[in-house]
Design a protein. Structure first.
Length: 241
């Protein structure tokens, strides 16, 4: 029986006629989230196959989605805070040839970017930082081979296109959240007359920005025994702002 782990609440709010913002609260040291993860009890110990497993270097301990079905529609979100040149992944339960076959593997994934901003003081007593995000769905997708070998993918948006998207989201943020923009500018000593240039925008992105890649499962290779979809490892090739 799967036990889904709830994703940190993403509350869709409309701040203007033109922009839709999601609110996301994250801990300072968090950098990867999943819509769900599988938990199971093994010899009296609760084991959770969470998204942090994607970066632990251990092919025998994958992220496993926690939906009741095959995992289609489930997602993992990885904070990069840098433009993405490309990424690689190792599909399935890759640490064992037999486990690779009996569990589902990724076949098709949709990609989107989460871009957003916070401001000084938007932190709770429990050290959660509040970000206002937009999800950029650009029709990006990848097809994954049914193989336990590492697979590499070029990202379909150039660094400059990703920078332009960050500029656009920041411009929306300035219109929809003027008080938060004022807090940012006061904190780093900028004014409304000089913040809107590439150098200062990238400084703001470094200090208060949020850029993440979301991968959503569109289709899977079915396992011979279990209906849980697994992804073993990921790595990223990142650029600079």
């Amino acid at each position: 029986m799967k036990k889904a782990l709830a994703f940190l609440a993403l509350i869709l709010v409309t701040s203007s006629l033109y922009s839709q913002w999601m609110e996301m609260s994250v801990l300072l040291n968090e950098s990867v989230w999943a819509s769900s993860s599988l938990s199971e009890t093994i010899r009296g110990r609760l084991i959770t196959y969470g998204p942090e497993a994607l970066f632990d270097g251990d092919l025998s301990f994958p992220w496993v989605e926690g939906s009741p079905e095959s995992g289609i529609g489930e997602s993992v979100t990885i904070l990069t805070n840098r433009p993405i040149n490309g990424f690689s992944l190792t599909n399935g339960f890759a640490g064992s040839p037999s486990l690779f076959q009996i569990y589902n593997r990724l076949k098709e994934m949709d990609l989107s970017l989460l871009i957003g901003f916070t401001a000084p003081g938007l932190v709770s007593e429990t050290d959660y930082y509040l970000y206002f995000l937009q999800e950029i769905e650009a029709g990006l997708s990848v097809s994954v081979k049914d193989s336990s070998a590492s697979q590499s993918f070029d990202f379909q948006l150039t660094t400059e296109e990703q920078r332009d998207l960050c500029r656009k989201v920041f411009q929306d943020f300035a219109v929809d959240h003027p008080m938060l923009i004022k807090m940012i500018l006061d904190e780093i000593g900028l004014t409304e007359d000089n913040y809107d240039n590439p150098e200062n925008l990238y400084l703001i992105m470094e200090l208060y920005g949020f850029l993440a890649l979301r991968l959503t499962i569109r289709d899977v290779y079915e396992g011979s025994r279990y209906n849980d979809t697994c992804l073993a490892e990921m790595k990223f090739d990142l650029d600079e702002f």
